[in-house]
Design a protein around this ligand. Structure first.
Ligand SMILES: Cc1cc2nc3c(=O)[nH]c(=O)nc-3n(C[C@H](O)[C@H](O)[C@H](O)COP(=O)(O)O)c2cc1C
Length: 216
């Protein structure tokens, strides 16, 4: 019975397309939190790998929502998150760039907010294959959101990289569980990403992660 429920839930989520603006408005996309990914943790760890060739098919809205929730979603009362974060501060920012727009993930509301006048996938990565994925996740840190007692910029950056590693592993695992694919990529075009996403001077783009279903 439980197995049937899992299959039904996965089948239902697979039919929901990602909507870019349009029907759900230009400024935001509501997401759904996953109730299951249909694969247990040991299987997902067994399936985890870096994927660098993608099908053109965009992720379903449900799969994208599940991956973002796994990355930095709220999983408890009090606004705490699925990935650990130093000092309990929420300085990680996740952007998603698709063919038709770029969005900032709002973890509290579990929705995407459109970035006005955004650039494109190719602007944010130095490795060409990244932009061939239907979506590119940009993991950025807002260095202005650290507690004041962390005075050194280098200290903030070091901690932000560690936190990004936790976020990325969650993305890998949820992607594996959903039979989607991704890769952690350090080849970030800093200038391009800043311009494409209108980043503030405190926001540092750290990694990009192409996202989609693996090419057959
Ligand atoms: C911090 C970090 C940076 C990485 N940067 C890149 C990168 O710039 N380009 C890329 O294609 N893969 C990158 N990778 C992915 C690794 O190449 C990949 O994890 C490794 O080859 C092992 O393969 P697997 O993930 O399939 O096990 C990076 C991985 C990590 C953890």
């Amino acid at each position: 019975m439980k197995r049937l429920l899992v299959i039904l839930l996965v089948a239902a989520s697979a039919t929901a397309p990602v909507v870019h603006g349009g029907a759900q408005g230009h400024y935001g996309i509501a997401l759904k939190k996953p109730s299951t990914a249909g694969m247990d943790l040991v299987e997902a760890l067994g399936a985890r790998r870096s994927v660098r060739a993608f099908s053109d098919k965009p992720l379903t809205n449900d799969d994208l929502g599940a991956i973002l929730w796994a990355a930095i979603g709220v999983n408890r009362a009090g606004g705490k998150r699925t990935s650990p974060t130093a000092y309990g501060r929420h300085y990680m920012k996740l952007y998603v760039i698709s063919d038709t727009g770029a969005y900032l993930y709002d973890a509290e509301a579990h929705r995407l907010t459109a970035v006005p006048n955004a650039g494109m996938k190719k602007d944010v990565a130095t490795q060409a294959y990244v932009a061939r994925a239907p979506h590119v996740l940009v993991i950025a840190a807002d260095l202005g959101r650290f507690p004041l007692f962390v005075t050194g910029r280098e200290d903030r950056i070091r901690v932000a990289h560690s936190t990004a590693g936790c976020v990325a592993q969650n993305v890998y695992l949820m992607a594996a569980a959903l039979k989607a694919g991704t890769c952690m990529v350090a080849g970030v075009d800093d200038k391009g990403a800043r311009k494409a996403l209108n980043l503030t001077k405190d926001e540092l783009p750290l990694y990009v992660m192409p996202l989609g279903y693996p090419a057959k």
